[in-house]
Design a protein around this ligand. Structure first.
Ligand SMILES: C[S@@+](CC[C@H](N)C(=O)[O-])C[C@H]1O[C@@H](n2cnc3c(N)ncnc32)[C@H](O)[C@@H]1O
Length: 314
């Protein structure tokens, strides 16, 4: 397994810990799933809220994050079970633990400060690193190998859709040109291609392009949708899911899923009687997303874009 450089340089502060615990923990015993374990900050807080009978299954795609979490959670003994893999695999991981359901699921989406700053895989436009951007470096191909295979219009679509960036065509032209010429090997090369298009302050555009390509290479929205679809199967009735997202694409997806799953019928209004036989599986707990306090936003700037949505299994 290639875990790359140890993730331990910058601290990752877990976001809205108090809010997550209040919303998620409906019983102090039982099994909670942290599907995005990262450095283990939320998992550690969860364990300290639960009794000694309470357990956490921690899942992360990134082997380096698991190494960091193993250190954070060293004292938890058998109360923590760790799995490297995707949160889409949670049903199978639960089966390995001899259960089919759990008492709560947490998803804290996106990337951690640790991965951004010390994975060595080119997630940050402020660093000169190999352009990889895979959460799991043992599967698939690095971004530097994938980019030359994309057409200019595919690239523009990715930047527009996942980065919500209006200069997607010009950016795609520059990035595609650099990739075709074999000049797109590092995160610095990608940043240079973006800078060649944006005059003035390029930081927001850099952030959007890096975000778009990271979402694409990791299939983040498809994985999120698949994980949400598995919730009715793995959550015990009366138990909750809490999802923290950091950009509008994810937040919209979560919001629409929760609303859809809280409806007893999905037929269009003009159909007189229900044909779809859909059954509500969730109750929306937080109609509006919960956001970090002003104090947390000041203390942890990364938390500023965070939105927490909560739903309960019916
Ligand atoms: C914001 S961080 C989580 C931080 C964590 N809550 C903490 O307290 O340290 C998001 C994590 O999700 C992981 N991740 C992203 N997509 C994933 C997926 N499909 N399955 C499992 N983990 C994933 C990333 O590798 C990253 O470590």
């Amino acid at each position: 397994m290639n875990s790359g450089p140890a993730l331990g340089a910058g601290p990752h502060l877990p976001v809205m810990v108090a809010e997550v615990l209040t919303q998620l923990v409906t019983t102090p015993t039982g099994l909670y799933v942290d599907g995005t374990l990262g450095g283990g900050g939320h998992a550690s807080a969860l364990l300290s809220r639960l009794t000694m009978d309470g357990r956490v299954l921690g899942v992360d795609l990134d082997p380096g994050a698991l190494d960091a979490a193993r250190r954070t959670l060293a004292g938890a003994g058998e109360r923590i079970s760790l799995r490297q893999g995707s949160f889409t695999q949670v049903p199978a991981f639960l089966e390995e633990l001899g259960v089919t359901t759990c008492q709560g699921v947490l998803l804290d989406l996106g990337i951690s400060t640790l991965t951004l700053e010390s994975s060595g895989r080119g997630f940050s436009f402020q660093r000169e690193e190999p352009l990889d951007m895979r959460f799991d470096p043992d599967h698939g191909r690095p971004l530097s190998q994938v980019l030359p295979r994309l057409s200019q219009s595919q690239l523009a679509g990715i930047i527009y859709r996942y980065g919500e960036e209006r200069r997607s065509r010009a950016l795609a032209r520059a990035i595609h040109g650099a990739a075709e010429a074999g000049r797109l090997v590092t995160s610095g090369d990608l940043a240079a291609a973006v800078r060649s298009v944006v005059k003035g302050q390029p930081v927001k555009t850099l952030a959007r392009v890096f975000q778009a390509l990271r979402i694409y290479i990791n299939g983040e929205l498809d994985n999120l949708q698949a994980a949400l679809e598995s919730l009715p199967q793995i959550l015990e009735a009366g138990r909750r899911v809490a999802v923290i997202s950091y950009h509008s694409l994810e937040d919209r997806l979560v919001k629409h899923f929760f609303i859809r799953e809280s409806k007893a019928c999905l037929c269009p209004p003009q159909i007189p009687s229900c044909q779809c036989n859909h059954q509500a599986t969730l109750k929306v707990v937080s109609r509006k997303p919960i956001t970090p306090s002003a104090e947390e936003q000041a203390f942890n700037p990364r938390s500023r874009s965070a939105k927490l949505r909560v739903a309960e299994r019916l």
